[in-house]
Ligand binder design. Sequence first.
Ligand code: P6P
Length: 309
Amino acid sequence: HAADAYRTDLMTITRFVLNEQCKHPESRGDFSILLSHIVLGCKFVCSAVNKAGLAKLIGLAGETNVQGEEQKKLDVLSNEVFIKALVSSGRTCILVSEEDEEATFVESSKRGRYCVVFDPLDGSSNIDCGVSIGTIFGIYMVKDGGEPTLDDVLQPGKNMLAAGYCMYGSSCTIPKKGKIYSVNEGNAKNWDGPTAKYVEKCKFPQDGSSSKSLRYIGSMVADVHRTLLYGGIFLYPADKKSPNGKLRVLYEVFPMSFLMEQAGGQAFTGKQRALDLIPQKIHERSPIFLGSSDDVEEVKALYAAEESM
Ligand code: P6P
């Protein structure tokens, strides 16, 4: 029957969160309210991304649209929506966004206990070629009841209560070892020894196994999403041009590392477990190797060998 073609008992993130909340009758529901406001932001961005080509939303900042209004870039618009949604939730006290140089300290009348770090539209440079882009977020609990300070967000990733991403455009534990490596080979001339050796091993395995396939989209959400589903490894290593790599610790490296570990994978900076890193600045960068546990182990062994030389 036609009716059977459509599942009507839909599981949504809000429904999932409320189901989980019911397991904790003592909870006040603050976290559920916070997540529902993040979902609101994602729904807005999803709708805007879908219309972007039509509504000329991808114009550059400073252009004017058909109504002669100041044109906002989609990532600027998305950032404004998330900031307003998170502040209006009444559950946040500090917000760190990839779009804002400074952290946002929520006014005391609207303050809650959570700190949210997020990239409102990661990979937005890819939007006009139809590549999947997304929102990445992580949530910390404020350290103590006092006035919030940057220390409340400069916590190691392992202290995050939750992290997630929403992919716009076109679920799981990942295999222990994958067949795909994902890196911008254009940076190869600037890589350090262990990274160069690892990528060489992916292409010319010495143990007679098949070489890995290279898949690189250039949008972290899409590359990590594929790594979660198919396994393998995503790497944005340090190089001579960018000694700390390119990706931002708080709202790219930590949330994706958090998810990868939850799915049974690993996340490594070249020096340590990514989630053990303690950031000193809110827009700090770090090299990152994340994905199937055995693949990341191979990278760790190469860096350890370099250390011992
Ligand atoms: P590159 C997108 O600009 C981004 O921040 C991430 O989404 C992506 O993984 C990375 O940069 C791509 O960087 O240097 O390979 O273009």
